[in-house]
Ligand binder design. Sequence first.
Ligand code: KG4
Ligand code: ZN
Length: 366
Amino acid sequence: MIILGIETSCDETAASVVRDGKEILSHVLATSAQMHIKTGGIIPEKAAREQVKSIIPVIEEALREAKLLVVGSETHNSQPTTSPKIDAIAVTYGPGLIGSLLVGVETAKTLAYLWHKPLVPVNHLVAHIYANWLTPKYTGLSTQGSGEPKLPAVALVVSGGHTDLVYLKKHGEMQYIGGTRDDASGEAFDKTARLLGLPYPGGPAIAAAASRYSLPATHHQPFLPRPMLDSHDFDFSFSGLKTAVARFYKENPDIPQEEFAFEIQEAITDVLVEKSLRAVKQYKAKTFLLAGGVAANSRLREKFELRISEACCRTVKDYELRLDFRVPLPMFCTDNASSIAACAEHLYKPVPWQKVEASPNLSIMN
Ligand code: KG4
Ligand code: ZN
């Protein structure tokens, strides 16, 4: 199928055309992130206003780039006329900011009605996982792994508002393993960055500061807690880390920012790696799928790569860990519409446009 994906759950306005759930024919993204740097966080109403302005140009650009805007179908008075040669429209319906979600959902509903196309509502968090099915030849970069990821898999979704571990038995059959009890890992990056005086979004800012830390990782002395590392479940908790950073920073103002940033990154990634690999072992997964904005973090990617390649060389009790590790290219870890289209292909459930509604508090299991 050829699917037009639309994503507007946070501050991005994105549209992509994807063939067969993997081949990216176009990938367009507008963001108001620059605007939010000044305020140190997203102002939902401002984000939505920007999305209202950019949604039609972004969709047009995605269709044009995919060579699907037939001559004569160019917009006239901003009204697309002729139906493009797509099989369906997919749109993020949650979770996310209500104003932002409404922009994408209402636009998608209107286009589905005008063009007589099936409309597939997509869960944004599940879509992050399906970024691992994309084969981004389009970027000119090589793909991670080869062939489609094999199931069953364990997936860790780490985004700005969510940290979830799930077991993916087959497409459409998912089981919840664990998740955060309070702040998400992305939120921990964002909030601790602010404490260090680093800009929003905090994840890339902490990663950049940490990369300036000159001591080799093996010589670094940890000084922050690794929350819930030893708990006998698959849950996470990151709000205590924020408190620990605030206290430690106040008591030790001489610690260089880059050392602090490195330690924060270590504390967050240590717990994510340990708990995920325990889940992989317990569920005997063939593949481990990393996804979501925090998956763009190179230290996290490196730690998983290292641990999985070490583990592949030994037999863990009765379970031989021959694990395939997949993580999307960084540009497909953060919010984008190609993942939305890929997800819709694999979990194809069209819904009459009249019944599609934005759902800001959707969980990964809905
Ligand atoms: O998935 P995403 O783009 O949007 C949501 O669905 O929330 O994730 C955004 C989160 C933010 O918290 C941001 O700080 C974090 O991903 N992030 C990173 C990196 N790039 C983005 N965290 C750590 N390292 C990065 N390189
Ligand atoms: Zn996201």
